[in-house]
Ligand binder design. Structure first.
Ligand SMILES: [Zn+2]
Length: 106
């Protein structure tokens, strides 16, 4: 018995999941990266981190820049949301110390 089985050609469907095209909408935020808090910008649509300020400095006296410590950065940007650079998750500011301690395994 001959059964006519239609031969389907395996379609090479390249389904690359692309985030829909959009103009990144960067909003200032803080990120936790390399065991430090840094100022950055984050796209509110896709969560892409951009424009990371590795070191936060302030003009100090004539031509020196004073590097701000982590608490100073946190205080300076008191309204900014903190995100984990690795996971993209938001970090509760009040639980930041706990979060870091846990993450770094202390
Ligand atoms: Zn985006």
């Amino acid at each position: 018995m001959d059964i006519d089985i239609p031969q389907y050609k395996k379609k090479k469907s390249k389904k690359t999941i692309k985030k829909c095209k959009h103009k990144h909408k960067y909003l200032p935020c803080l990120i936790y990266k390399w065991k430090n808090i840094m100022k950055a910008e984050r796209c509110s649509i896709c969560g892409k981190i951009n424009n990371v300020h590795l070191f936060e400095t302030e003009p100090y006296k004539t031509h020196f820049n004073k590097m701000l410590s982590q608490p100073e950065v946190l205080e300076k940007y008191i309204d900014f949301t903190i995100y984990d650079n690795e996971t993209g998750n938001e970090i509760n500011r009040e639980l930041l110390d706990d979060y870091i301690n846990k993450k770094e395994g202390h």
